[in-house]
Design a protein around this ligand. Structure first.
Ligand code: AMP
Length: 217
C-alpha cells in the first residue's frame, strides 16, 4: 500500500504514523525525521537543510524530492510506504506523481487529518521529542505523556522541545501550510485519492479513525 498522511504541522501525523506501521506492513517515511537525522549526523543533506529547519521554513522542492524519490526507489519500499510530511507543495506532489508513473506505481490513498489552527498551537507547544536520532519518538505533555517526565519510553534518552515548536516558528509553519500545502487537498480530491478524518481527540481515538480508513482501502 502506498499512502500519504497529510495535515497541518503538529496534527499528530508522526504519532499516528508510528501506530499505523505497527499494524499495517508499510514503511514509515517522515521527511522531517530524515532531515533531523541528517542534521544530527552533520552529513551533506543535514548541512543544507539545517537553516530551513531552524526557521520552520520549507526546504527547497528539488532537494526534498531528490531525497524522497531516492528513498522510495529502494527495495524495502516495494511492499509500500506511508509518507509523512511529504509532499507539502504542488511542485513536490507533481514530482512524486511523475516518479510513480515512470515506475508504474500508484498511490492508494491520501489521508487528511483535520485539526484547527488553535488546537495546533496547543499541541505543538506541549510536544516533546526524543533526542536519540534513531528513535525520535514523539510525546505530548498533555495528550500522550511519557511515563517519566522528560525521558523517552522507547529508548530512555532525554526528551526535548524542538526548536521549531516554539511559538513564533509555529505561526510561521502554519502560514506556510495554508499557502503551500492546502492546495494539495483539492489536487488529490480531484484524483479521487483523498480521505479525510477528524484529527482531534485522544491518540487512541484518532488512531482508530485512521486505521478504519486504511482498512477500507
Ligand atoms: P516536520 O517534522 O514534518 O514538521 O518537518 C520539520 C521540518 O523539515 C519542516 O519545518 C521543514 O523545514 C522540513 N521539511 C520536512 N518535510 C518537508 C517537505 N516535504 N518540504 C519541505 N520541507 C520539509
Amino acid at each position: 500500500m502506498r499512502l500519504i498522511l497529510l495535515g497541518p504541522p503538529g496534527s499528530g501525523k508522526g504519532t499516528q504514523a508510528q501506530r499505523v506501521v505497527d499494524t499495517v506492513s508499510v514503511l514509515h517515511l517522515s521527511t522531517g525525521a530524515m532531515f533531523r537525522q541528517a542534521v544530527a549526523e552533520s552529513n551533506e543533506v543535514g548541512l543544507q537543510v539545517d537553516p530551513y529547519l531552524k526557521r520552520g521554513e520549507l526546504v527547497p522542492d528539488d532537494l526534498v524530492t531528490a531525497v524522497v524519490v531516492n528513498r522510495i526507489d529502494q527495495d524495502d519500499c516495494d511492499s509500500g510506504f506511508l509518507l509523512d510530511g511529504f509532499p507539502r507543495t504542488m511542485g513536490q506532489a507533481e514530482a512524486l506523481g511523475q516518479f510513480l508513473e515512470k515506475s508504474s506505481k500508484q498511490l492508494d490513498g491520501v489521508l487528511l487529518s483535520q485539526v484547527s489552527d488553535g488546537e495546533i498551537v496547543d499541541r505543538l507547544s506541549g510536544r516533546r521529542v526524543c533526542t536519540e536520532p534513531d528513535c525520535q519518538k514523539v510525546f505530548h505533555i498533555k495528550y500522550d505523556p511519557s511515563q517519566r517526565e522528560g525521558v523517552c519510553d522507547g529508548c530512555g534518552n532525554r526528551l526535548i522541545q524542538r526548536e521549531d515548536d516554539q511559538q513564533e516558528t509555529v505561526r510561521n509553519r502554519l502560514r506556510i501550510y495554508h499557502e503551500e500545502t492546502i492546495p494539495l487537498i483539492e489536487y488529490y480530491r480531484q484524483r479521487s485519492l483523498l480521505k479525510e478524518f477528524d484529527g482531534t481527540g485522544t491518540v487512541e481515538q484518532v488512531g482508530q479513525r485512521l486505521l478504519a480508513l486504511i482498512e477500507t482501502k
